[in-house]
Design a protein around this ligand. Structure first.
Ligand SMILES: [Zn+2]
Ligand SMILES: [Zn+2]
Length: 232
């Protein structure tokens, strides 16, 4: 069944941050992550004063998030279509469209309900894991859990914004963002099995997909034409 998401929306010519913010908020996912981040900030504010365990919560999320991002990009978004028992299973369909036409916003960002669902799952997961750890350490589990949820949801918002930014015509102001943009473009134009991180290269660095020199990685025929990937 073909995916239908209306007319092609090329953002590669969008050249200013202001115009790109308009594109971001014009997409359901952009609005969903802004609303979720604001809601999580309100919950954290209501949960009481900030303490050292909030710093701990942010550090844990900042260390775990890049690996979650790496695993989802590698094992879900680049998974060849297959079957789950009798049911066709193809979680990478939209991402294959994105690799075929990287400038088209329709395949770049999540759908609003996906962003909402993932945001809630990330927030709940971060709350449970970090809240549980802090409870074992004798700290304020609810406060630290709420901080972890906020950090995780903000990470999803950062992912959506940075990915859009990388495919736009806007030159990022910050150097690390320009570096991440260059790596993401290598993922698209050189080899889709390297440079998997969007918000961070920590996963790539630890898991061996951040080559010291891009020339060491062979050019892949399937980076722009993922339909050529053999399916089983
Ligand atoms: Zn991309
Ligand atoms: Zn990809």
């Amino acid at each position: 069944m073909p995916l239908s998401r209306g007319a092609r929306h090329d953002v590669s010519g969008v050249a200013t941050h202001r115009a790109l913010v308009g594109v971001f908020l014009g997409e359901g996912s952009g609005r969903a992550v802004v609303v979720l981040t604001a809601a999580a900030a309100l919950v954290r504010t209501a949960a009481g004063p900030i303490g050292p365990f909030d710093v701990f919560a942010v550090v844990v999320v900042a260390l775990v998030f890049p690996f979650v991002e790496w695993c989802i990009h590698t094992y879900v978004l680049h998974k060849a279509p297959g079957r789950l028992g009798p049911i066709p299973f193809d979680p990478s369909r939209a991402h294959r469209h994105h690799h075929r036409d990287p400038g088209d916003a329709r395949w770049m960002m999540l759908r609003w309900f996906q962003a909402g669902f993932y945001g809630v799952v990330i927030g709940a997961g971060a709350f449970a894991v970090v809240g549980g750890l802090v409870s074992l350490l004798g700290g304020d589990a609810v406060g630290a859990g709420a901080t972890a949820a906020l950090a995780g949801i903000a990470g999803l918002a950062a992912y959506e914004w940075l990915h859009l930014l990388f495919h736009s015509g806007v030159t990022p102001r910050m150097r690390w963002v320009r570096t991440m943009r260059a790596r993401h473009r290598l993922h698209h134009w050189r080899n889709e099995w390297h440079w998997m991180g969007v918000t961070s290269s920590l996963g790539d660095r630890v898991l061996g997909t951040l080559p010291a020199d891009a020339a060491d990685v062979p050019r892949s025929d399937t980076a722009r034409a993922p339909e050529l990937v053999p399916t089983d």
